[in-house]
Design a protein around this ligand. Structure first.
Ligand SMILES: CC(C)(COP(=O)(O)OP(=O)(O)OC[C@H]1O[C@@H](n2cnc3c(N)ncnc32)[C@H](O)[C@@H]1OP(=O)(O)O)[C@@H](O)C(=O)NCCC(=O)NCCS
Length: 157
């Protein structure tokens, strides 16, 4: 299974982040990375992260390409994986699973996180399979917008 290294999006790597691509059948499942980075710029509860193969660990200038992007939110006791995407050329190699596991680890280290959640489009079979296989269970948070079609999931405490 792939192992990953996560690091912040910076002036040095944001263009690579914006160049990551999805299959056209997947673009409805996640906001664009440009939108996510804009949201993170104005909302300090959001943490956007670049996903690299573990071969990038230890290098100021990663010798391998960015594989994907993720963003989580920590607010009001909830740690929520909001965005996850792996570049279409690198999907199916374990990066999505490894990145989710690493983000759960990070959220568990945050003392203000009392519950860990995520969500996906109802037709997103890949995300549903991935999150369920990592132990996420159905969740109906009362704070979710009532008009949102997204499926919400949480980890058991
Ligand atoms: C969902 C996504 C992040 C998974 O990343 P990935 O690196 O391809 O996934 P992995 O290789 O780590 O595989 C994780 C699991 O998902 C499964 N999976 C991957 N693509 C799948 C698909 N199209 N349909 C069903 N299952 C799929 C894999 O089989 C694997 O399960 P397994 O270990 O039991 O075999 C990736 O497909 C993606 O970027 N999709 C578009 C954006 C998106 O939907 N993001 C999620 C928003 S909530």
């Amino acid at each position: 299974m792939a192992d990953v290294h996560l690091r912040p999006i910076t002036l040095a790597n944001y263009k690579e982040c914006l160049a990551l691509q999805l299959d056209p059948t997947q673009t409805a499942f996640v906001a664009s990375n440009a939108k996510s980075l804009a949201e993170a710029k104005v909302n300090p509860t959001l943490t956007p992260l670049a996903i690299y193969d573990v071969a990038a660990r230890g290098y100021d200038d990663p010798p391998v390409p960015m594989r994907g992007f993720a963003m989580y939110e920590i607010a009001a006791g909830v740690g929520y994986l909001m965005r996850l995407m792996i570049d279409r050329a690198h999907q199916g190699q374990g990066y999505g699973r490894a990145a989710t596991i690493e983000i759960i680890r990070r959220l568990r280290l945050s003392p203000e996180v009392e519950i860990i959640g995520t969500g996906h489009h109802p037709e997103n079979a890949a995300a549903a399979h991935l999150y369920r296989s990592l132990g996420f269970l159905p969740w109906e948070p009362t704070f979710a917008p009532p008009d949102s079609p997204d499926v919400h999931l949480k980890l058991p405490n």
